[in-house]
Ligand binder design. Structure first.
Ligand SMILES: NC(=O)c1ccc[n+]([C@@H]2O[C@H](COP(=O)([O-])OP(=O)(O)OC[C@H]3O[C@@H](n4cnc5c(N)ncnc54)[C@H](O)[C@@H]3O)[C@@H](O)[C@H]2O)c1
Length: 262
């Protein structure tokens, strides 16, 4: 892949998938503008320290990004062990609002990749709630509106990634013919967030899934797919999700249906 002369904005650059993606893009010639609330231990591009959990924080980051970037990779995210308001603020409104503010700065033919998750596979069952939440004009009002809904507050990470699945289609539709927008849905990947997933979803469930697959995903597995979605080879892929989970979702669907069919 030749990314010479392209500048890409990568959020979540201080850890895990964001760090691996930034490094892969740089190895292929890209200039990377990294964004994170934490200062990365190893990162050689331009770094913007910022907090994507508030509209003000998002706007401050967007202000520092120059015109003409080739794409935006919304990789920063928080697990369901954080307060539900933070999970939804960063994973949904951080992605929505940063993309909204940076879209005019993305050159024609550019691309956006959002990080969803394989836990959002059933998102269509909650399509209306998801659409209502994502399109709320005011994030604080949207959070207040779901405060009494345990399906959302008790499963905030899953709901946030369901919102990312829908948001990706909304953004692709909004920028049709100019900027492509896709999401990637990883299964369990060996990064610091995995320990939080064990606390949130159950240690046995996560470790059982990894055992079934033979290994956890590695940040590089996801970075390669994100890089592909930016490439000219992916120029007809738009508004969709690529599940990168070693086959876990397929296996769960097959075994659930097979046992129901008995
Ligand atoms: N690792 C997995 O198993 C897995 C599976 C599915 C989806 N994902 C998604 O992939 C993305 C990357 O996760 P990861 O595994 O690299 O996790 P990670 O914890 O290693 O990295 C997340 C990064 O996001 C940054 N971040 C969090 N809140 C922020 C904020 N308010 N402002 C700015 N930066 C903030 C963190 O500082 C961190 O550097 C996330 O969106 C996550 O939900 C991960």
């Amino acid at each position: 892949m030749n990314l010479d002369g392209k500048t890409l904005v990568v959020t979540g650059v201080a850890s895990g998938i964001g760090a691996a993606t930034a490094s892969l893009l740089q190895q292929n010639g890209a200039t990377v503008i990294g964004v994170d609330r934490n200062v990365p231990a190893e990162f050689s591009g331009t770094f913007i320290q910022g907090d994507l959990s508030t509209p003000e924080g998002v706007a401050a980051v967007a202000d520092r990004v120059p015109e003409g970037v080739a794409g935006l990779l919304n990789i920063a995210g928080v697990p369901g062990t954080a307060p539900w308001q933070t999970v939804l603020a960063v994973n949904v409104f951080g992605v929505r609002d940063l993309t909204r503010l940076l879209a005019p700065k993305i050159a024609d033919g550019g691309a956006v990749v959002n990080l969803a998750s394989n836990v959002a596979a059933g998102w269509a069952a909650r399509q209306l709630e998801v659409a209502r939440f994502v399109q709320a004009a005011d994030a604080a009002e949207a959070l207040a509106a779901v405060a009494g809904d345990p399906e959302v507050t008790g499963n905030s990470y899953r709901f946030s990634k369901e919102c990312v699945r829908w948001l990706t289609q909304v953004q692709a539709s909004e920028h049709l013919g100019r900027v492509r927008v896709n999401s990637v849905s990883p299964g369990p990947v060996q990064t610091p967030i995995l320990e939080d997933f064990k606390k949130d979803h159950g240690r046995e469930k996560v470790e059982g899934a990894v055992a079934l697959l033979g290994r956890a995903g590695q940040p590089q597995d996801i970075a390669e797919v994100i890089a592909f979605l930016l490439s000219p080879q992916a120029s007809w892929i738009n508004g969709t999700d690529l599940c990168v989970d070693g086959g876990l979702s397929a296996h769960r669907t097959v075994t659930t249906l097979a046992s129901a069919a008995v």
